[in-house]
Design a protein around this ligand. Sequence first.
Ligand code: BGC
Length: 353
Amino acid sequence: MKKALSCLCCGLLTWASSLVHAAGSFDPATQCKSVSAETCATAQALGRGINMGNMLEAPKEGDWGVRLLPEYIDRAATVFNTVRIPIRWSNHAAVTADATIDPTFFSRVDKAVDQALAKGLYVVIDMHHYSQIFGDPVQPGEVPVAPDVIDVRLVNMWRQIAERYRDRSPKLIFELLNEPHGRLNSTTWNLLMPQVLAAVRQSNPTRTVIVTSTYWSNVRDIAKLIMPPVDRNLIMTFHNYDPMNFTHQGLSWMPQFPLGVTCCTAAQKKVITDALDKAKQWSVVSGYPIFVGEFGSANKADMASREVYTRFFREEAERRGIPWAFWEFASSFGMFDPAAKAWREPLRRALLD
Ligand code: BGC
């Protein structure tokens, strides 16, 4: 019995030390087994970031009340390492299979990317709100395309984007698709993702590319994405808005989450740390670095709770050595108040102090 107990103790100790290991800082020896030294260094350097959200992924820039102003990039560069720029390419591309991207829109993106790179930022550009690829209804302001060209357009848009930016700094990172879900389940996405990646690799053989799993990039599906073994320049991203009934309360598009939820009880904190632990464990086992590309809370929640939530999430991610990008800069989840032209101080200190 005593022996059995001591074995149990040994087992518990081993289990506990593996948890400590999982929670500890970024460990290149395990978390970069499957990537190049350059991509490993990039993943570590992503550090703290912000999403320039609701700007270039609106149907047209400005439709959602905010534009990606040069002063916003300058301001972000004073405190962040990384900007993630969500982009709705599909609305600025031919509806035909070739999906030729509008040159005026390309020049617009060039300006933002080049300004951010000149400021020394890591810049993540993605493919955002291509609703039809998920089987979602066409959104207001979105240009519909025929069902048979939806997937090939994704491949062809990336071929053009990659070609255009092939000579930019390695600090420019491509993220293939925001939050695959719906029609893109693990079977269909695992077939399509390698085709998109291959289109990028024709012109950018070694640039760091960010990939993600299905179920809106939730850690639930992180292990379902098949990582192409020959590609040594991939980072995995996941998104986390737990607890959803707090972060997404009172939003017209999430009627299931009514107002009045505060944060953070021990149970609410555990949902967050469980997700971060799961992502970290996947990283250690798979050998790919990870990045939390989105977390944040809407301005419908009370600011005191938002500060607690934001600090808790940020500190727990950093304690595990997970780089992050807050959702978002100057819209309804935003850290910056565009009217007052100032940071929202509780969010600023929760993220940075
Ligand atoms: C979506 C945004 C949304 C945010 C929080 C993002 O991925 O693109 O529209 O506000 O998630 O739900």
